[in-house]
Design a protein around this ligand. Structure first.
Ligand code: PNS
Length: 163
């Protein structure tokens, strides 16, 4: 069985991520979207919040499951027996970092290959960072994130600004 993992921060999930998830789910028997619990970064959303958002937007994709992990992606890949690591490539600027990561992961987890999907052109400009920035200043993010996720992001900033 071809089992793939799509690791990432997903802070928050964007339509660009969704595009990659849907297309990867058609290529593999099983796709796990795995949220990195990264102690060196301060994310906007907790791991549980990110997992919940992903579960909500992936509910209609029967072969997609959502998980979280800490530490190295390669260790998580080996432990769970994934054959492939999915990453989205938006533009040539992503390439150097992604290539380095893919080569490192191949050394650490030689049984898994990284499979790059080129993000659909309409989302090539999109990142979680820009979504967070537009939302922070109250701009319209409804065209950037899956339905319902915009409200969750606005609420988060409302809570943060109250404090
Ligand atoms: O969505 P992101 O932030 O671009 O995802 C990056 C991610 C989580 C895939 C990457 O940072 C990662 O794999 N981190 C885990 C630590 C690790 O394995 N590092 C070595 C790879 S070079």
């Amino acid at each position: 069985m071809a089992k793939a993992v799509y690791p990432g921060s997903f802070d928050p999930i964007t339509l660009g991520h969704m595009d990659v998830i849907k297309r990867a789910s058609e290529l593999f028997d099983e796709l796990t979207v795995a949220v990195l619990n990264n102690s060196t970064k301060t994310p906007l959303f907790s791991v549980d919040e990110r997992v919940n958002m992903l579960q909500e937007v992936c509910a209609d994709l029967p072969n997609v499951r959502v998980d979280h992990f800490s530490g190295l992606t390669a260790d998580y890949v080996i432990k769970n027996g994934f054959n492939s690591i999915i990453r989205g490539l938006r533009a040539v600027t992503d390439f150097e970092y992604e290539l380095q990561m893919a080569q490192t992961n191949r050394k650490l987890a030689p049984r898994a290959d990284t499979v790059f999907l080129t993000t659909s052109l309409e989302y090539a400009y999109l990142s979680s960072t820009t979504v967070r920035e537009v939302a922070y200043y109250g701009g319209d993010i409804s065209r950037f994130v899956p339905e319902g996720i915009d409200k969750i992001i606005y609420e988060k900033y409302k809570d943060i600004k109250k404090k």
